[in-house]
Design a protein around this ligand. Structure first.
Ligand code: SF4
Length: 337
């Protein structure tokens, strides 16, 4: 990769909250920063009107200048293709609205509940299955926290709490600390899982306060990161992963199989190998959820299975993520192979 000549300096000490509040959200600015042709602007504006552009500077720095096909750019650049109305692609592909127990709490799998801590993300991924999700009505406000604790206390079969979003790590360390402390008082809870893309797109999010909180928790903690391409993994992500592992956090990755991003044996191999080199285990490779606006990323099942078979033939088993999809109403993920 020809790395870009640093359009916006980001120091290692840059504050994650500053980086989170100063993302690039104007299509014209994005094209200018990345030396991309002005012919992309109309489409980018159309796509951005449907789901806004949002990209933080540390992620932007990993995109190759002047390359409209850069695999990281494709994940964040809005396109006019997003306005296409394709049968089968819907606004709530996982039927999450029906699974909501109360605002911010989703209980659809045995033994686990998912809490939507924050509607905010550090990056707007164009293929996101929650791109139409009404976060304003469904995230956990401070008023609902007591209700959630009561629900968890009363359901002794629940052993794991999953922090989700948006991105749960968009929440401050102070609030996370209060929540984790309250949850630790519920004796039947054993594990905490955090689904987040923040340590990938803004690695500065892994603060010493956060790792101290994890290191001192009685929970077994798993953090499931989300990177789709090896170019997303730079030296700062490596440091963030090392800090998490030092705090006894098990670090996993889930990726989405995306046309034009990682739909080749070489791209998937590089991703798995680099993840492992950074101490992160490849966990899931998901097929695209059929969300309205993202059909141009989809890959036929036969091609997904063929790629996965090639991965299995070339890599040791621990580097091969499970190829899966989520089907609304099913009690677990469905493996494709
Ligand atoms: S970070 Fe996750 S939840 Fe947020 S837009 Fe990207 S895929 Fe969606």
């Amino acid at each position: 990769m020809n790395s870009i000549s640093n359009p916006i300096p980001v120091t290692e000490e840059a504050d994650w909250q500053q980086l989170l509040s100063h993302t690039v959200d104007d299509p014209a600015e994005l094209l200018k920063l990345l030396d991309l042709p002005a012919s992309l602007l109309n489409g980018a504006r159309q796509g951005s009107d449907l789901f806004s552009l949002k990209v933080p500077k540390p992620f932007l720095q990993r995109i190759e200048k002047g390359n409209p096909n850069d695999p990281l750019l494709r994940q964040i650049l809005p396109l006019d293709a997003e306005s296409a109305d394709i049968p089968g692609y819907v606004t709530d592909p996982l039927a999450e609205m029906a699974a909501n127990h109360s605002d911010g709490l989703i209980h659809k799998y045995h033994g686990r509940v998912l809490l939507i801590l924050s509607g905010a993300c550090a990056v707007n991924c164009r293929y996101c299955f929650r791109r139409h999700f009404p976060y304003q009505d469904n995230r956990l406000g401070s008023g609902q926290w007591q209700q959630v604790l009561e629900y968890l206390n009363a359901n002794k079969s629940i052993t794991e709490v999953i922090f989700s979003g948006g991105d749960p790590l968009a929440t401050s360390d102070k609030r996370l600390c209060r929540m984790i402390t309250d949850l630790e008082e519920i004796p039947h809870l054993k594990r905490l899982r955090i689904h987040t893309r923040l340590p990938i797109v803004i690695p500065q999010r892994v603060t010493s306060e956060l790792t101290t909180l994890f290191a001192n928790s009685r929970f077994d903690i798993a953090m499931v990161l989300h990177a789709n391409h090896a170019n997303e993994l730079d030296q700062q992500v490596e440091q963030a992963s090392a800090d998490l592992r030092t705090a006894n956090v098990t670090v996993l990755n889930q990726a989405v199989l995306l046309k034009g991003v990682n739909d080749s044996l070489a791209a998937l191999t590089d991703l798995s190998e680099k993840l492992f080199h950074f101490g992160i285990l490849p966990y899931y490779l998901f097929t695209l959820d059929p969300v309205k606006g993202a059909a141009h990323f989809d890959i036929p099942d036969e091609q997904a299975i063929a790629l996965h078979q090639q991965l299995q033939a070339t890599l040791p088993g621990y580097l091969v993520p499970k190829l899966a999809r989520e089907i609304p109403g099913k009690g677990s993920k469905t493996l494709l192979f």
